[in-house]
Ligand binder design. Structure first.
Ligand code: PLP
Length: 469
């Protein structure tokens, strides 16, 4: 019998939970994020034993200690097999070599062509399994400007105990992004086109969540990137990639295009579990708050700048709080103090000692728009590969902060180039084609309802459709 992990809040004041409660909880009640009380350790032999396993079987091994108490081992193995069966590459997360001792890790072979599928395809199934045991249903509500909505919808579609309502601003998302959401034919998926802006959609979702009566009655839930299960699921590809390149007998470096700090934090968790990681490069576009913080200690929010890598146009990187918790010796009071400064003054200071500790593993680099385009062009010229702008940011930053050339360098490729065709064409002159499973996307029938920009209307719509009531 494996030890069960307990999950604690980064601010120290929320109840300690087991895995299934953490899966469903989202934000902790004290405003913090849940983390395991200890990182489960993998011995060198456990890591070596991942060699030759399928991605799904490796995921089941790696995740077993995280889910113990909530899901059994054979149950988990069934979920991972089902989750990754729909990917359009048999390796799920294959490596492609781009130069001497330098690779990209292709995380875009899932149904919506972005790395979020690797976590969400599994997490949607975990939701269903846990809810079924508890005899509960949830109502997932979210707002999207186009990018994350489709990954959440694909994760929740056809799940027996989940209904999903996704708001998008009518006429303000690209046709491909809208169709990735609205052509999903599943009776538990509701796309709502709101006559308003993305901010209108976002504030309606916030208002729905602060309506406590509604929240409790419909079991409202979110599948956002602060969910611990998403982080855990993302540790898997760091381990599988590293093992392919010689771990645990060799150290590996990773460069990670970063927005909310979820993905790169998962790499840190993998290192805490025992993976020999030489370096993690935090790669950002012009929204460089993390770069400034690592250089000066000052985490200071400025205005968001729109870029050609829009999924990283973020100023407050929520998951950074999880790293701070460790840097501050897991003292919830210290973290709550920093976060209090952030909401009061829009900034906090990380002290020198803790900053130096972070620099042992992390480097951060910011990449300009011109450099992003030039990197897409250069990779296309030198290898024939088309890469998306987020991946290009990762490669440019990773090359700038690369350790010794003898250490294998892995750049995480977070989106398929066809997801950002305009930027790719601008850089390379080539317009990337959608992969086979989405070829007929523009001909598929769409399903969505158009609603007024009015909270009462949206609320009534959700109440009338949700099965959780
Ligand atoms: C979400 C996303 C990112 C950023 O990931 P975080 O976990 O938020 O740091 C990077 N690239 C793409 C394509 C994304 O969709």
């Amino acid at each position: 019998m494996k030890n069960r992990l307990s999950y604690i809040s980064t601010r120290g004041l929320a109840p300690v939970l087991g895995f299934d409660d953490v899966l469903l909880a989202g934000l902790a009640r004290d405003g913090g994020l849940y983390v395991p009380d200890v990182y489960p350790a993998m011995a060198k032999s456990d890591i070596a034993a991942l060699r030759g396993l399928s991605y799904a079987d490796a995921a089941a091994r790696i995740l077993a200690p995280f889910v113990a108490g909530g899901l059994g081992e054979s149950e988990l193995a069934e979920l991972t097999r089902d989750a990754y069966a729909g990917f359009d590459h048999p390796a799920v997360a294959p490596l492609s070599q781009i130069d001497a001792n330098e690779w990209i890790l292709e995380l875009y072979h899932g149904p919506t062509l972005a790395f979020k599928d690797l976590a969400l395809q599994l997490v949607g199934r975990m939701f269903d399994a846990v809810l079924k045991k508890r005899g509960e249903r949830i109502t997932v509500v979210g707002a999207t400007s186009g990018d994350t909505g489709s990954a959440a919808i694909e994760a929740c579609r056809d799940r027996d105990n989940v209904d999903i309502f996704m708001l998008h601003p009518a006429g303000r998302v690209s046709e491909v992004q809208r169709r990735q959401m609205t052509t999903v034919q599943a009776s538990n998926v509701y796309n709502i086109a709101v006559d308003g802006t993305f901010d209108d959609c976002q504030s309606m979702v916030k208002a729905l969540f602060s309506d406590h009566e509604l929240r409790d009655r419909l079991n409202l839930s979110a599948v956002n990137s602060i969910n611990w299960a998403r982080v855990a699921a993302q540790t898997v590809y760091y381990l599988t990639a590293a093992v392919s390149l010689g771990a645990p007998d060799r150290k590996i470096a990773f460069s990670v295009p970063t927005g909310n700090f979820g993905d790169v934090y998962a790499g840190y968790v993998a290192s805490k579990m025992g993976l020999p990681v030489e370096r993690l490069v935090i790669a950002t576009n012009m929204n460089d708050i993390l770069v400034r913080c690592l250089k000066t200690g000052s985490y200071a929010v400025t205005a968001v700048v729109p870029t050609i890598s829009p999924s990283m146009d973020i100023q407050v990187s929520s998951n950074f709080e999880r790293l701070l918790f460790d840097l501050y010796d897991r003292n919830g009071k210290s973290v709550a103090g920093l976060m209090g400064d952030l909401s009061a003054k829009g900034a906090f200071e990380v002290d020198r000692g803790h900053l130096a500790e972070a620099s042992a593993l992390f480097r951060a680099a910011e990449v300009s728009e011109d450099k992003t385009l030039a990197t897409m062009a250069e990779i296309h010229r030198s290898t024939g590969l088309l890469i998306d702008p987020h991946t290009a940011v990762g490669i440019a930053a990773g090359r700038r902060e690369r350790p010794d050339a003898a250490v294998p360098m892995v750049h995480l490729s977070t989106a398929h180039p066809a997801k950002f065709p305009d930027a790719v064409e601008r850089a390379t002159g080539v317009r990337p084609a959608l992969p086979a499973h989405l070829k007929d996307l523009l001909e598929r029938p769409e399903r969505y309802d158009r609603l007024d920009n009015d909270l009462a209307t949206v609320k009534q719509y959700i109440e009338s459709k949700s099965r959780a009531a």
